[in-house]
Design a protein around this ligand. Sequence first.
Ligand code: PHE
Length: 340
Amino acid sequence: MALAEFLQQLDDLASAADQAFGSAGDSDSLEAARVEYLGAKQGRLKAVQKQMGRVDPGDRRSAGMRFNQVKQQIEAAFQAATERLADGGSTVQQGAHFDHSLPGTPLRVGRLHPITQTIEELKDIMGRLGFSAAEGPEIEDQWHNFEALNIPHEHPARDPLDNFYLSSAEKTTGDTPLLLRSQTSTVQIRVMENTPPPVRIISLGRVYRPDTADATHYPMFHQMEGLLIDRQVTMADLKSVLRLFAASYLGGDVHIRFRPSFFPFTEPSVEVDYHWNDQWIEFGGAGMVDPNVLQAVGYDPEEVIGFAFGLGVERLCMRRHRINDIREFYKNDVRFLHQF
Ligand code: PHE
């Protein structure tokens, strides 16, 4: 017999024995494996040893040396399996010891996204001022996003360049396409349509505008809408609520400023600025709800009056935590998120 053939038999035997001893799950199967491979009379190692006499005489020395190596290897595998079973018997830890006194690998615990944390806190503050949270859909129809808010058909705010209109056929009502809401003011309409006055709600959620992302803009962001409707409400109430809110969220020394502005759904309208880094930063808009809006939802403008505001949640959170770039919120980089 050629040497190569003999060595092949040895290799096959070694790996088969390794497998058999390694997978023996109890002492009976280990004993069966021992008899099969190491048995003195019928064992497979013995059988291979008998072949050695047939190896070409010039190669017998090499054959014998390799035979002894394999024999030791198989005996060692048997020894390891014996110890493993004596140790408790798991088949996975072949010989390796499990040190149960070592400290475990710590699991990284997740946390709420900073914007979610901010939303919870804003709800909390406004809740103490008597405002309860309302919600509305992110896919809106044009009645709630525009019409009822006194934004007529030809108004530039409806321009397709400034809105994410949906194009698929089933996403339209009649011939006016639905859109991703561009403002949370939609929720004012939905609440007033379903609730008789008085109303005192906030609504926090996502809005969408086709803005190019830069340090202060992102095509998706969050707003906090507020709406208060009652019999006697003034701009002074609006300013008090916004100042109380700002002081609670940003700290008592915060300054707030109203600038005259225009929104179709409020009259008069203002921009709301907070003082930050020696600058006035715009955080949103506000005003007294336009009588046309009250009429659109079936309220009587002679009977009730109110104010509304809409603030950017990201900007509030950025001011509070001194974050300089809105894009950080949406990169999903845990090194950033983990700080909050
Ligand atoms: N909806 C306005 C915006 O997105 C903000 C606003 C809300 C203004 C309520 C007045 C009243 O810019």
